[in-house]
Write a protein that binds this ligand. Structure first.
Ligand SMILES: C[S@@+](CC[C@H](N)C(=O)[O-])C[C@H]1O[C@@H](n2cnc3c(N)ncnc32)[C@H](O)[C@@H]1O
Length: 225
């Protein structure tokens, strides 16, 4: 397949997701930091086939589990904050699976200490992305993901940047640097947020008055073992 055909195919998937999935609910949109299901749907269509084993080491409200089951993939979701019984309690820095046993990993990690996911002190969302420690801990997760993935199989990692108190931290690019120590790059997608709370008159006014950009995207980093 030529490169331009690949691009067309990916555009088609991103443009028409809602017509192709959605028979059941996915995750819980009341969960802090829930991942939009169409992102995972697109990834599973492109990088997996039926019966493949999909892992989400930080699966939160279980969006990956629901989308994977709907697409007839095998799936295991882990988290430290357990809100439903089909999610297994586990710290993503040590995943209880054999080397080279997984077909695809999706992960939407904390991207700083901006959201309180739980009181668990092991939660990486307790560490600010302004510290090296934050990226050291995420790199430990990356090393585990690399270990469990089969050769040539893909990892997709969703992450946002941080701009608080007039200080910008390029969290996505800093994570990218850690990931490329272990994985080969496949793609880097900018996922825009729709219906975002910052897309309101109040925020437009604040942005003009205090001279900042309205941020409305996350990085979707896709790499392979
Ligand atoms: C952005 S949320 C994931 C949202 C999820 N994809 C969904 O759709 O509901 C990030 C998750 O990472 C989890 N987490 C943070 N540190 C972790 C760790 N060390 N091991 C496992 N999970 C962790 C948090 O509990 C939180 O649920």
């Amino acid at each position: 397949m030529a490169d331009n055909e690949l691009i067309l195919e990916s555009t088609t998937l991103w443009d028409f997701p809602r017509q192709n999935y959605g028979k059941t609910s996915h995750g819980n949109n009341k969960y802090n930091g829930v991942t939009p299901a169409f992102i995972i749907w697109n990834l599973l269509q492109r990088y997996t086939k039926e019966n493949d084993l999909v892992i989400d080491p930080m699966c939160g409200s279980g969006t990956t589990i629901d989308v994977a089951k709907e697409l007839n993939r095998q799936v295991i979701g882990y988290d430290l904050n357990i809100i439903r019984p089909d999610i297994i309690y586990n710290d993503a820095r040590k995943i209880p699976l054999k080397d080279n046993s997984v077909d695809f990993v999706f992960i939407d990690s904390p991207y700083s200490d901006n959201i309180n996911y739980s009181d668990n002190p092991q939660c990486i969302g307790k560490i600010s992305c302004e510290t090296t420690e934050f990226f050291d801990e995420l790199e430990k997760v990356a090393v585990e993901i690399h270990r469990i993935l089969k050769p040539d199989k893909a990892l997709a990692w969703l992450i946002g940047d941080q701009w608080i108190k007039k200080k910008f931290t390029p969290t996505g690019f800093l994570l990218y640097q850690r990931l490329e120590k272990h994985f080969k790059p496949i793609d880097l997608i900018c996922v825009t947020r729709h219906n975002q709370t910052s897309n309101t008159g109040i925020w437009h006014d604040r942005a003009r008055r205090f001279n900042f950009y309205l941020r409305g995207f996350k990085h979707l980093i896709i790499m392979k073992k």
